[in-house]
Design a protein around this ligand. Structure first.
Ligand SMILES: CC(C)(COP(=O)(O)OP(=O)(O)OC[C@H]1O[C@@H](n2cnc3c(N)ncnc32)[C@H](O)[C@@H]1OP(=O)(O)O)[C@@H](O)C(=O)NCCC(=O)NCCS
Length: 277
């Protein structure tokens, strides 16, 4: 197979969908038809309509994009959760019509934006955050980082630059822990990033229990003041290409292609599978 064909075969895919991309009445109809009992119950528990809307758009986005990727219809997708709450797609007997038994996904939603990442091998974690968070919550967040990372934040000039540094580290750490399935269960000072001043991960020190130790990390700002981080477990044989789709995926629209940076981290000797709890 030529390099070009392999490249087209397994890109990392991202869908970014704002709540406004799906009118509430349509989201309601899709949710009624597509969501499972657990999702419907979760949606019904929100006190504020704004939060329910966010959840509904996020979960209809997941079902729509996964249905297209897997070759199934939306209500047929069976999504199960690990003990720590990480959702996975259950493969039907005989595999997925598209993609056999190789599909991992991760979702993040914040402040009116929903982000879904899909890979065909290995694992993916994604995180989306708005820059306009309260300064006080940023201080609390920064205290969970390593001392070196806190010192790097302290060297930022001005509160805007400082805020950006905190949220760049935060989104990357969340993306990594979400790929691992550990969420906030993994202490944020047990692994570390060295970041470029502007954008990009220069180096990564994985936590002790990471059996592979090497990851590709991508930082994006697809909308001004909205930060996105993506963590994809290194797959040295695969071409590092990412496709970014904007809006609700009614059809297979043309995505924006972005190069996924080379993996960083420490290669480990073990051949073990990545530990996901
Ligand atoms: C994962 C976690 C970091 C999400 O934090 P967040 O920034 O508030 O939320 P995001 O919008 O980025 O992501 C939320 C989505 O991540 C996914 N998610 C939930 N738990 C996850 C986990 N352990 N790993 C990866 N993804 C997870 C879900 O799709 C969730 O959306 P949903 O609840 O609407 O389905 C946080 O919920 C967490 O730490 N969970 C683990 C809790 C835990 O360890 N529980 C132990 C058993 S009680």
């Amino acid at each position: 197979m030529s390099g070009g064909a392999a490249r087209a075969e397994a890109p990392v895919k991202l869908w970014l969908c704002a709540n406004e991309d799906l009118p509430p009445e349509i989201a309601g109809v899709l949710a009624a038809n597509w969501l499972d009992g657990q999702e419907k119950e979760a949606a019904s528990r929100f006190m504020f309509e704004r939060d329910r809307r966010q959840y509904t758009v996020a979960h209809t986005l997941v079902r729509r994009a996964l249905a297209m990727e897997a070759g199934l219809v939306e209500p047929e997708l069976v999504i199960w959760r690990s003990p720590r709450g990480r959702p996975f797609l259950q493969y039907p007997e005989g595999g997925l019509p598209r993609g056999g038994q190789q599909l991992d996904f991760n979702l993040s939603h914040a402040g009116g934006y929903n982000l879904l990442g899909v890979v065909r091998r290995q694992r993916i974690g994604v995180d989306i955050e708005r820059l306009d968070r309260e300064a006080q919550s940023l201080d609390t967040i920064a205290h969970t980082f390593t001392l070196e990372e806190q010192a790097w934040i302290g060297r930022a000039r001005g509160s805007g630059a400082r805020q950006r540094r905190v949220l760049r580290l935060w989104t990357l750490k969340e993306a990594y822990t979400k790929a691992r399935g550990l969420g906030l269960g993994l202490p944020f000072d047990s692994f570390a990033f060295i970041l470029d001043a502007d954008r990009g991960v220069l180096d990564f020190r994985p936590p002790e229990d990471d059996a592979t130790g090497r990851w590709s990390f991508l930082e994006l700002e697809p909308v001004p003041d909205v930060l996105v981080a993506v963590a994809v477990q290194a797959d040295e044989g695969r071409p590092p290409v990412l496709q970014l789709h904007h809006g609700f995926p009614w059809t297979r629209s043309a995505p924006l292609a972005v190069a996924l940076p080379e993996p960083v981290g420490e290669e480990r000797d073990e051949e073990d599978e990545l530990l996901v709890s």
